[in-house]
Design a protein around this ligand. Structure first.
Ligand code: SF4
Length: 443
């Protein structure tokens, strides 16, 4: 069968002219979920992957199956694509967060919906469809927790990673899910607070085939299982890679683990700080973050030469219009390296969305608006306009040359030339460029 897998993109981020990639390549990686689905697809099928940030879809090719993975902000684009490919005779399949949380909506637009972690369900669907298209189910769902979900699965396909539109580096995964329970988090809702871990020898077996120096570990919180994380980073040290990873703030209490990560080549971490208001953090069930320790969190990573990117959200119930300026001074003073500046967005499927919906505070049902830049709810202590303008102001100020230079000079002695030029500067200039072009990703 001929199969096309698509990663859709928003209208702003979508490639329009072949080869003319939008924004900084620092953030353009292929989506590992699609590579994983491609990896388990039997080789007897002819498979193509199209990522709309680096390629334009060729609608004139004939496909038996078109599979699309989409988060909420891309759901409308996914539905548009499904309409077009159905018209051309393909069987359409959707997976990913949005369809998992809204299967009834998705099944009205797609022939098949895959809910939850996809690899095994995709294979089940393919087998059914190959035997008899009419026998394939409308919805495939994993009914029970399968702790061995990631055991002996085929490695993700690496066929598209050399594409010149992408950043140099490999996306990689060893653990899915998160041990924490933040109310706004889709990851937590998607994996239902369960952890799926790969056997470490299998992960190392995959790693030894990867040529590029940079490995982007896309797992949401490596500190979900500290013992596993320690074992993993000890095992990969000999591969001499540079690791980008994600962790919760409490990882810094474990200096032994930080040292193992640094010795293995840890260079950059994404940490969800979310807010400089303790009240906000408690309200969204993120009390493992202590605002008065944020400075220490950054210093602990810097002690090991690791660049820190903070995930921040604005528009919480405790935020008034002064939050942007206060956050700017707070993080500029403690020399945060990078900041992702998102508008708080209650995502369907999360406890936070349900709460806001029940309170009548969701103001948009257009999924295009759920891009973490627009405002889709009624903020409590400021207007939607103030929220929009405030995040815009903060992006401009934090990524002004003056602020980048100040933070870069202060952090140089900790990060060294590789950390400063390769990760701090590239990241700062990347954010600055994408914001100035008005792209949607990253916020
Ligand atoms: S720590 Fe991060 S990944 Fe884990 S539940 Fe909270 S926001 Fe989600």
């Amino acid at each position: 069968m001929k199969i096309l897998l698509i990663n859709p993109a928003t209208a702003k981020d979508r490639l329009e002219i072949p080869g003319k990639y939008k924004g900084s390549s620092a953030f353009r990686y292929p989506k590992l979920g699609t590579l994983a689905i491609a990896g388990v697809t039997p080789s007897r099928h002819e498979l193509q992957i199209t990522d709309e940030t680096v390629e334009i879809i060729d609608f004139d090719q004939k496909y038996d199956i078109v599979g699309i993975s989409a988060v909420t902000a891309l759901a409308c684009r996914a539905y548009e694509l499904a309409r077009e490919f159905k018209r051309r005779g393909a069987h359409t399949v959707i997976g990913g967060c949005h369809a998992t949380f809204m299967p009834e909506e998705a099944i009205e637009r797609f022939d098949t919906v895959i809910c939850g972690p996809g690899e095994k369900l995709w294979l089940e669907f393919l087998n059914d469809f190959e035997r008899d298209p009419a026998s394939s189910k409308k919805i495939y769902r994993s009914e029970k927790y399968d702790s061995g979900l990631l055991n002996a699965v085929s490695f993700p396909s690496r066929s598209v990673e050399g594409h010149k539109g992408y950043a140099a580096g490999h996306v990689f995964s060893v653990m899915r899910g998160c041990s924490k329970s933040c109310d706004f988090c889709s990851i937590n809702a998607f994996f239902q607070k369960r952890l799926y871990k790969r056997p470490i020898p299998e992960a190392c077996g995959e790693l030894k085939n990867l040529k590029n120096k940079i490995i982007n570990l896309v797992d949401d919180n490596i500190y979900s299982d500290p013992g596993y994380a320690a074992e993993f980073f000890s095992a990969v040290k000999s591969h001499k890679k540079h690791w980008l990873f994600q962790a919760s703030t409490d990882i810094v209490h474990d200096r032994r683990l930080l040292k193992l990560i640094a010795d293995a080549g840890g260079k950059g971490v994404f940490v969800g700080f979310e807010s400089i208001s303790s009240e906000n953090l408690v309200n969204v069930n993120k009390s493992h973050n202590s605002v008065n320790k944020f400075k220490k969190v950054i210093e602990a990573f810097h002690d090991f030469g690791i660049v820190v990117e903070a995930g921040m959200m604005f528009g919480f119930d405790g935020d008034d219009a002064s939050i942007f300026e206060r956050s700017y001074h707070f993080f500029n003073k403690i020399n945060l390296d990078l900041m992702q500046i998102a508008t708080l967005t209650p995502m369907p499927g999360t406890a936070y969305y349900n709460k806001m919906k029940a309170a009548g505070r969701i103001t948009s049902d257009n999924w295009d608006d759920f891009d973490c830049k627009k405002v889709v709810f009624k903020p409590l202590k400021m207007t939607a306009d103030e929220l929009r303008q405030g995040t815009g102001w903060l992006r401009k100020e934090f990524y002004s040359y003056k602020s980048i230079l100040k933070r870069g000079l202060c952090n140089f002695s900790s990060l060294g030339p590789i950390g400063t030029l390769g990760y701090f500067l590239r990241g700062n200039l990347g954010f600055r460029k994408n914001h100035s072009l008005g792209l949607d990703y990253p916020p």
